[in-house]
Ligand binder design. Sequence first.
Ligand code: NCD
Ligand code: ZN
Length: 337
Amino acid sequence: MEKFIINSALDMHLHLRDEDMLKLVAPLTSKSFSGALIMPNLLPPITTKEALLSYKQRIKEATKEDDFTPYVTIFFQVDYSYSFLEDIKDEIIAVKLYPFGVTTNSETGVSSMDVEILRPTLESMSKLGIPLCVHGETKGFVMDREKEFLPIYESLAINFPNLKIIMEHISTKEAITLLDKYDNLYATVTIHHLLLTLDDVAGGMLNPHNFCKPIVKRYEDRDALQEVVLQAHPKIMFGSDSAPHQKNNKECHHGAAGVFNSPIALQLLTELFERNGKLDNLNTFVSLNAQKIYNLKPTTKPITLIKKDFIVPDVYSYKKEQVVPMFAGKTLLWSIE
Ligand code: NCD
Ligand code: ZN
């Protein structure tokens, strides 16, 4: 039986939600990952120290069976003061910025990406060494939103040279080119942007479970992402962007954006890296790069992947919560032992 060991897997972009949904999905990550960067786009979003600390506590409670570290974030606001950021600095790993209205629960996002409007907060963050995670999309044509946002990333990189800026869930070859241009730009890549294209959403029968923001793109984008990820590009980390939504909020006429992939992420990554003869680079992509970029020391948690069929469940449920995973019903080549 072929085996592969992943040490201290880190998911640097994860939505855990709250209440029963949190209880359902959190253990599906904490079982196999050492830690994850948790997104703050709850309703209402996490913007205060109290909300942050109590959310962290609820995550710890939901994952108490496992040795798991939630690296929490707060939702960017233009009026965060230096003293507020200084006070919460040791509790957070980063601040997440959403432009207004570009994705799920971003209605309180920033209404302007004008550098001068963002400057006070971003200068405080630079001084305090707090990284900035960004959902980089405009409100343009859906396939062009990330590309249109790239000049904004560029101006952030130039104006705040000491700020670590993470371009979240990059989905285009143009974003990769930009990443290499500025020392302070980094990126996360999801498993769905590595494996899917728009054809998997709307090329045949409509599949709402593959619908997310940013939308999965063209074959050349997918292939360009695979290339840099397989070589374990040092500025790119794994971030699943696993974003669970209730089954009936996905399978309807106003389906929510978000792919739920955390139960199958490591299996799919192992398959992708093995198929390309790059298993030697997998631990770098899924752990070591994030350790270096964010200066983390996760607990060692060896997870053994074995080459044995894994049939993806049709649905994961807890009480009234029901979530359909990516690739529901499909057979994967690798399983977690
Ligand atoms: C995310 C969600 O559902 O919270 N959705 C998504 O399509 N990725 C938000 C986000 O990261 O954009
Ligand atoms: Zn996300």
